[in-house]
Design a protein around this ligand. Structure first.
Ligand SMILES: Nc1ncnc2c1ncn2[C@@H]1O[C@H](COP(=O)(O)OP(=O)(O)OP(=O)(O)O)[C@@H](O)[C@H]1O
Ligand SMILES: [Mg+2]
Length: 453
């Protein structure tokens, strides 16, 4: 049941709106002044507060402030009189979901309420996830506490329940497949199958029939009808791994599926409708593929509806100690050995290393060390010599200098300036020495959501 607190000093408005809202199925508590509204807020939880702006004594902005201070999850919509747009905008700055002008257009009103409640639910979920993370620093079997991974987790949490197509990019070993599975596990499809196809491992001529199936006799060797993976995944999720290796012919068919939900078996003209969610992953730069003509641009945009970028391990070194202890536990249990820790020197070597093979490489190093050691603590001598020596090189010149790609520097600088100037894009672009359009383009390219402040 959704609880709404409705605050307005005008009786006719209170009556009309609460009647209307109750008919929409909401539970409404009408209140005639700001002071009693604040009292109510202190003792009861409301999903939504709808308040008039102009009231004697305690006005709508004060109600809004109190509501947000008491529970930031409560959403607030303010009612403004004719011609008082400024105070509506001010209310949004203070955290109101939106404002609506009187006389209230009922259709618009309901829409606004629904959207506000949606936002509240989303916040609640992210909040739950974050408390869960704080306790355990992990999500399913995915370990990470760095800001970079937290961002990935909350994105996963947000988009997992939807049917949106997701494109996961990142270097080899960063956990793309793990994330794809987490998406599936946190979706309504979790009780159906999660089907994987590694496009890189299949010769081009087989990809198509693997994915879409074929009918008997459609090519030499097609001795009987075969169902494809799309049909296997019906109701579930299909993971297209190394999608950059997909043949152009197969790309056309995948695109057609994304456009109208239908597939065709090789050698068959009858369309088959399937309900499949696609998640794709690649460690290549698909934009290069587009430039070189090996990857269709239209398919790229269809797949890239929700992009998730897995940060390389060297960009989130805070996660390394956590991952080390996670893998120590995992492999001592598996091997039946009683290894339970790592010496500070050995840990320092591992946190300083570049990890070109990312988490997979770290996992292998720990597995090897657990097997090799005859003590219960991992020491530097249990680590591969290549890693020990590369550390010597890096510490030799380690003066806080990190090999940061230009793009990342640029993104950081843009964010810094925007934050400094309260997300005033005009001001920020002046300081950065670029036009506002260029800034806008860059924000979009880096997936930065402009904030209203
Ligand atoms: N955050 C993490 N927590 C725990 N284990 C992880 C994490 N990230 C990766 N791993 C482990 O590292 C290994 C590699 O992960 P995964 O296969 O998902 O990487 P990938 O990005 O798909 O790599 P590739 O591009 O080479 O296919 C797996 O064994 C996975 O369980
Ligand atoms: Mg993979």
């Amino acid at each position: 049941m959704t609880d709404i607190l409705l605050v307005d000093d005008e009786k006719s408005i209170r009556t009309t709106l609460s009647l209307f809202l109750e008919r929409q199925g909401f539970k409404v508590e009408p209140i005639s002044d700001g002071k009693s509204a604040v009292e109510k807020l202190k003792t009861n939880f409301y999903d939504l507060v709808i308040t008039d702006l102009k009231m004697k004594d305690v006005d709508g902005l004060q109600v809004l402030r109190e509501a947000k201070a008491i529970n930031p999850l409560t959403e607030v919509i303010v009612l403004t009189g004719f011609g008082t747009v400024e105070s509506g905008v001010e209310a949004i700055k203070l955290g109101a979901y939106d404002y609506i002008q009187k006389p209230v257009d009922m259709d618009e009103f309901v829409l606004l309420i629904e959207k506000a409640l949606e936002r509240k639910d989303l916040k609640l979920k992210v909040e739950q996830l974050q408390t869960e993370l704080k306790d355990k620093y992990r999500f399913e079997n995915i370990v990470g506490k760095s800001k970079e991974m937290m961002d990935v987790f909350s994105l996963v949490f947000k988009v997992a329940p939807t049917d949106s197509t997701v494109l996961i990019t990142g270097e080899s070993g960063t956990g793309k497949e793990l994330i794809a599975r987490a998406m599936h596990e946190n979706s309504r499809r979790k009780n159906r199958t999660f089907v994987t196809i590694n496009c890189g491992a299949l010769p081009e001529n087989i990809q198509e029939s693997e994915l879409f199936g074929h009918v008997r006799g459609s090519f030499t060797g097609a001795i009987k009808d075969k169902r494809g993976l799309f049909q296997e995944a019906n109701g579930g999720t299909l993971f297209l791994d190394e999608v950059g290796e997909m043949s152009l012919a197969t790309q056309v068919k995948v695109l057609r599926f994304l456009q109208n939900g239908e597939i065709r078996r090789v050698g068959d003209n009858e369309p088959i409708f399937v309900d499949v969610r696609l998640i794709a992953a690649t460690n290549q730069d698909l934009e290069n593929g587009i430039n070189e003509g090996t990857f269709r641009e239209d398919l790229f945009y269809r797949l890239n509806v929700i992009p998730i970028k897995m940060p390389p391990l060297r960009r989130r070194r805070d996660d390394i100690p956590l991952l080390i202890s996670y893998f120590i536990d995992k492999y001592s249990e598996k091997s039946g050995k009683k290894v339970h820790s790592i010496s500070p020197e050995a840990e320092k070597i591992l946190t300083g290393y570049r990890w070109p093979g990312n988490v997979r490489e770290l996992e292998n190093v720990i597995e090897r060390a657990v097997i090799l050691t005859n003590k219960n603590t991992i020491l530097p001598e249990d680590l591969p010599s290549s890693i020990r020596t590369s550390m010597e090189i890096e510490t030799g010149s380690d003066d806080g200098f990190d090999e940061i790609p230009l793009e990342e520097l640029e993104k950081k600088q843009i964010l810094k300036i925007l934050n400094k100037y309260s997300w005033n894009q005009k001001k920020a672009s002046e300081i950065l020495g670029i036009s506002t359009t260029t800034l806008w383009r860059k924000l979009k390219a880096y997936g930065i959501e402009p904030k209203k402040m």
